[in-house]
Ligand binder design. Structure first.
Ligand code: HEM
Length: 437
């Protein structure tokens, strides 16, 4: 590994290092919530832990933060005006404030750094969101359908088992990750020859959405973000001179009533679209393939009633969400479900837990593609930060999964799958599947 820049070290310390130290100290002192971040058994199956939290109260206080897995309380936090996504503006004691200030200089613009819309509050957030929503319209997303279908078919062709071969493929690498990558590359107008580099940058930068990275992981992510920034600056210049029919070209050319995104804001937005839309959707496809292989009766029902696919995708999102948790800090004293929360405290709404709340979803641990209210899940968050790409993710999920099982109805697991090491993002990074055409 190359030597870490002092700025990179300070940023890591502020964003991840101190959190790692604090959480591991709390875990050693028996803090139940800190286990979520370290205990491999909870990573593999967090649902019993979420149940414990829910049964302990609407909002449960640990040494470092509040947690909630109750559906109504998670919604209240995500929609509450007292709660901020801008964790960088959380008042910090003197030495941490100094580390934070020093770390800002020379920082590349990452998907989870301001001015990324994910981590800014209204009214700044409102402006970004309004501008980006002008090009990310339902019509534009629906317009991507034929291209997504084409890409899906081409990727499935490539999976065809060779005569005499075992027919075993690594479905995450060969399908689940390539489909979202190709779609985002289309949206951002990334030329064909750059797509592998783009995949590598996206994979390296995505862990910055997680908490508690090691210095090595953070260094690797920041390196990739720096290279992505440099390439994107040149890309914007090319699109300004010669726009394509992609959404990024339209974003670069936005200038209604003198309003457009600055170069920094464009960098943050393009980086965010890449990472927010990438691994989350990979996990939706990977988890969907796994769950449907494990529930052949439900797959059969979908074969008989293909109009059930949209609800099946909602149930996959509910049952094992690609985005399990997020974080907010409380800006002003408030109450959530009758529990007082003080300004400066951190609350972790656990959407993965809210999605199994029996008060909303009867028999919540049962995977049921006909569940009437599956769409009430919180996997796309709620409130002002509700996922901008939800419609696109749903479309990719429906087209990607239905086409896969239409082509390979007898797909079977070829080995025990492996979970990703991340905690916020949940899915498989290794899912070998045996295909029989
Ligand atoms: C299954 C796939 C996906 C899941 C589960 C997911 C989940 C989420 C969640 C939970 C948030 C909000 C986080 C918070 O409240 O702190 C979010 C925000 C966002 N997502 Fe997604 N996402 C998915 C796919 C996509 C796609 C395909 C795109 C675009 C290409 C996208 C773009 C965004 C953006 C731009 C935001 C920030 C919105 C804002 O802050 O106003 N996502 N996503």
């Amino acid at each position: 590994m190359r030597l870490t820049r002092p700025g990179t070290f300070l940023r890591w310390l502020d964003r991840h290092g101190l959190a790692r130290l604090g959480i591991s100290a709390a875990a050693r002192r028996g803090d139940a919530q800190a286990r979520l971040f370290f205990d491999p058994a909870i990573r593999d199956d967090p649902y019993p832990f979420y149940r414990e939290v829910r049964e302990a109260g609407a909002l449960v206080r640990g040494r470092l933060m509040w947690s909630t897995t109750r559906h109504d309380a998670v919604v209240a936090v995500l929609r509450g005006e007292a709660f901020s996504s801008d964790l960088e503006s959380l008042p910090a004691p003197g030495p941490i404030a100094v580390v934070r200030r020093l770390g800002r200089s020379g920082r590349p613009i990452g998907p989870a750094d301001p001015p990324s819309m994910l981590v800014v509050d209204p009214p700044t957030h409102t402006r970004y969101r309004r501008l980006v929503a002008k090009v990310f319209t339902p019509r534009a997303i629906e317009g991507l359908r034929p291209r997504i279908e084409r890409h899906t078919e081409a990727l499935l062709d490539d999976l065809a088992p060779a005569p005499g071969g075992t027919g075993t493929v690594e479905i995450i690498e060969r399908y689940a990750s390539l489909l979202p990558l190709t779609v985002i590359a289309e949206i951002l107008g990334v030329p064909q020859h750059m797509r592998q580099r783009f995949l590598a940058w996206g994979e390296a930068a995505t862990p910055t959405l997680d908490l508690g990275l090691t210095l090595r992981q953070y260094h690797h992510a920041e390196d990739a973000i720096r290279q992505l920034n440099a390439w994107l600056r040149g890309h914007f210049a090319r699109l300004r001179a010669d726009p394509g029919d992609d959404l990024l070209s339209r974003l670069v050319h936005l200038d209604s009533e003198g309003e457009r995104l600055t170069e920094e804001e464009l960098l943050a937005t393009a980086g965010l679209l890449l990472v927010a839309g990438f691994e989350t959707t990979v996990n939706l496809l990977g988890t969907g393939i796994y769950l449907l292989i494990r529930h052949p009766d439900q797959l059969r029902a979908l074969r008989e009633r293909p109009d059930g696919w949209p609800n099946a995708v909602e149930e996959i999102l509910r049952y094992d969400s690609p985005a399990q948790t997020t974080a907010r800090y409380c800006r002003a004293d408030t109450e959530v479900a009758g529990v007082p929360v003080r300004a400066g405290e951190i609350v972790v709404p656990m959407m993965g837990g809210a999605n199994r709340d029996p008060a909303v979803f009867p028999d919540p641990d049962r995977f049921d593609i006909t569940r009437a209210n599956a769409r009430d899940h919180l996997s796309f968050s709620s409130g002002v930060h509700y996922c901008l790409g939800a419609a696109l993710a749903r479309l990719e999920g429906q087209l990607g999964l239905s086409a896969f099982f239409e082509r390979y109805p007898d797909a079977a697991l070829a080995a025990v799958p492996r979970r990703r090491p991340t905690r916020v993002l949940r899915g498989y990074d290794h899912l070998p599947v045996r295909l029989r055409p």
